[in-house]
Design a binder for this molecule. Structure first.
Ligand SMILES: Cc1ncc(COP(=O)(O)O)c(C=O)c1O
Length: 302
């Protein structure tokens, strides 16, 4: 698909990817017409990022990319094939990094591959963390970019082109999830159950990501409550010990900073229908993704 669509650059992760590209460029007429295909090599920088292990992607045993000696071999192979044009390297150390040091270490690590030409591309991936909780202090965009450019000046050729892919930090703060409280149980802990959960936000369950929350009409204050999802697991806990002021059935409970990896990880577990998405600005709103229906859930049944 990438070759036929004329993708400018393909990132190869392994030697099988190179085999596949070579095969297509040999046998697929449409793909062949577009040769030479530009490629980057994904490199394992052997950098431990301080994030949840499921989101760390640059450590020694990462499943993504090639270790430096293998990347050197891949580069030699690509240079020997005129249908492929080695444009540079790609690295991604992980997501939700609150410290800039691993970014700099990754640049230093990929410099070990050696010179790739005057206009080589160094795609440094994503990783810039987001402020999910009051306590989080992610780097500013300026600190993040300064870290990358300082490391590039130190370790890469002066004419290197840098690319970045900061997905999470671009979109996370753009969304707030609005739930409706359906049950409030007072016991040893106050449990506030809502009409959503791991079907619309898997970040707490997959990555231990903590969020904040508030009652829509009573912002601030309150006592620590556990915000529970509606699914059939105790693990369907959205937030433990989050202060909510006098939560009651029917309240809107707002969970901010849900713009990244929530909708894309949303699922139909327990037959839950995925929520709609509404864009709001300047006092107006517009539905851009409609609420899923039960008919949607049955649509693929044969
Ligand atoms: C190759 C690559 N680039 C960029 C990103 C986005 O990273 P982030 O979530 O840190 O913005 C990802 C996410 O997994 C990725 O795999």
């Amino acid at each position: 698909m990438a070759l036929r669509a004329g993708a400018g650059t393909v990132v190869v992760d392994n030697f099988d990817d190179i085999d596949r590209l070579e095969h297509l460029l040999e046998h697929d007429r449409e793909a062949r017409a577009r040769a030479p295909q530009r490629v980057l090599i994904r490199v394992i920088p052997d950098v431990d990022a301080d994030t949840h292990e499921a989101m760390a992607t640059g450590h020694r045993h990462s499943k993504f990319g090639l270790a430096v000696p293998d990347a050197v071999r891949a580069a030699a192979r690509l240079r020997g094939d005129e249908r492929l044009l080695l444009e540079g390297l790609h690295v991604h150390v992980g997501s939700q990094l609150l410290d800039t040091a691993p970014f700099a270490r990754a640049v230093e690590a990929i410099a070990a591959i050696g010179e790739l030409g005057e206009h080589a591309v160094y795609d440094l991936g994503g990783g810039l963390g987001v402020r999910y909780t009051y306590a989080d202090r992610p780097p500013t965009i300026e600190e993040y970019v300064r870290t990358l450019t300082d490391a590039a000046r130190k370790h890469l050729p002066a004419t290197a082109r840098l690319l970045i892919e900061p997905g999470r930090s671009l979109v996370a703060g753009a969304a707030t999830t609005l739930y409706r409280a359906v049950t409030v149980k007072h016991g040893p802990r106050t449990l506030v159950a809502v009409d959503g959960g791991m079907g619309d936000n898997l970040e707490p369950m997959l990555y231990g990501q903590r969020f904040e929350a508030t009652v829509g009409t009573r912002v601030g204050g309150g006592v620590g409550c556990d915000l529970m999802g509606r699914h059939c697991e105790s693990g369907d806990t959205l937030i433990r010990d989050v202060p909510l002021r006098d939560p009651r059935v029917g309240d809107v409970i707002a969970v901010p900073v849900t713009g990244a990896y929530c909708l894309s990880l949303a699922n139909n577990y327990n037959g839950a229908r995925r929520p709609p998405v509404v864009f709001c600005a300047d006092g107006t709103s517009r539905e851009v993704v409609r609420r899923e229906t039960y008919e949607d859930l049955l649509r693929r049944d044969v």
